[in-house]
Write a protein that binds this ligand. Structure first.
Ligand code: MN
Length: 310
């Protein structure tokens, strides 16, 4: 991994993002055993039934603990915003070991707590030997991380608004400004193309995950025929934003199509300006504002780190 991609390795918003970006290279260099071995981090945390650890000072929490709390927040946000329901999941690449990722055990996002987060190898094995049932479709996450070094967070969901575009020749395109994050091209992956017409449609092994990742290619989102979508981004904040706005964008596009007439999607220049715009990156005021808002609505504002001056 290049230094450049390490610096993009800030899956969080807020002050921690700066801290993490500034210290990651050093932290990785100083802790080769952690990066090289399958070190379970969950047992060092409080049991699932306990209250989350209190934030006395940010320096008392490790990058991994902070990442886990952010991942819990992301799960609760996606549940509260109706992107996921009983099913669907969000993961992030491990902040210290790019060959592992963090994902909840098999539990509905609305209910996920700090103690539910498990560290997995890219092949989908629990790195610390966690025996609790995993998500059947965890291979979506590891396959995308394996294929895309630039990606640090992945969402899989079954949002009903995007599903019509997974079964139709009508393409899902960005048509509203916050829909730009889905990207100019949203490929449709059909599991039947390679795995036949008798699968249960679920991504239940690495071969299927790898095929999905190939269809995703360099894009930010792929639809899964008759099933849902996989979204990928350089940070947890960005993938949550993408997953929150993709169904809204699909809803508007469906409404426009029903009205008849000609649809005008965002131009490539508009998409680029929106996606690459400096005011919309993680660690900006706009990003922190949205993250804090979503977290509060989802009832997990207590998991947010203290802000400077407060
Ligand atoms: Mn699924």
């Amino acid at each position: 991994m290049s230094n450049k991609s390490k610096r993009r390795h800030s899956p969080v918003v807020g002050r921690r993002g700066f801290i993490q970006a500034a210290t990651l290279a050093g932290a990785t260099a100083l802790t080769p055993p952690l990066a090289a071995e399958a070190v379970p981090m969950v047992p060092r945390l409080a049991p699932r039934t306990a209250e989350p650890p209190k934030l006395v000072a940010e320096t008392t929490m490790s990058d991994v603990e902070l990442a886990i709390r952010d991942l819990v927040i992301a799960n609760r946000i996606l549940a509260h915003e109706n992107v996921v329901d009983a099913y669907g999941h969000v993961s992030m690449r491990h902040p210290l070991n790019p060959d592992h990722y963090l994902l909840s055990r098999s539990r509905s996002p609305e209910q996920i707590e700090v103690g539910d987060i498990v560290e997995y190898t890219l092949d989908g094995e629990p790195a610390g030997g966690d025996k609790r049932p995993p998500y059947l479709e965890r291979f979506i996450h590891g396959a995308i991380y394996a294929a895309r070094p630039d990606i640090h967070a992945v969402v899989h969901a079954h949002s009903v608004e995007v599903l019509p575009f997974s079964i139709s020749t009508t393409k899902l395109r960005p048509v509203i400004h916050d829909g730009a994050f889905i990207g100019a091209e949203v490929p449709v992956w059909d599991i039947a193309d390679k795995f036949g017409h008798e699968t249960d449609l679920l991504v239940s092994n690495m071969a299927q995950g790898g095929d999905l990742a190939r269809r995703l290619g360099g894009n930010s989102m792929a639809l899964m025929r008759g099933h849902g979508f996989a979204a990928a981004a350089p940070s947890l904040y960005e993938v949550v934003r993408l997953a929150v706005y993709a169904p809204k964008n699909a809803h508007v596009l469906q409404a426009g199509l029903l009205m008849g007439g000609k649809i005008k999607p965002l131009s490539k220049g508009e998409i680029t300006a929106r996606v690459e715009g400096p005011t919309l990156k993680p660690n900006t005021a706009a990003a922190q504002r949205a993250w804090a808002y979503w977290a509060q609505r989802a009832g997990v504002a207590d998991l947010l780190p203290p802000q400077p001056g407060k």
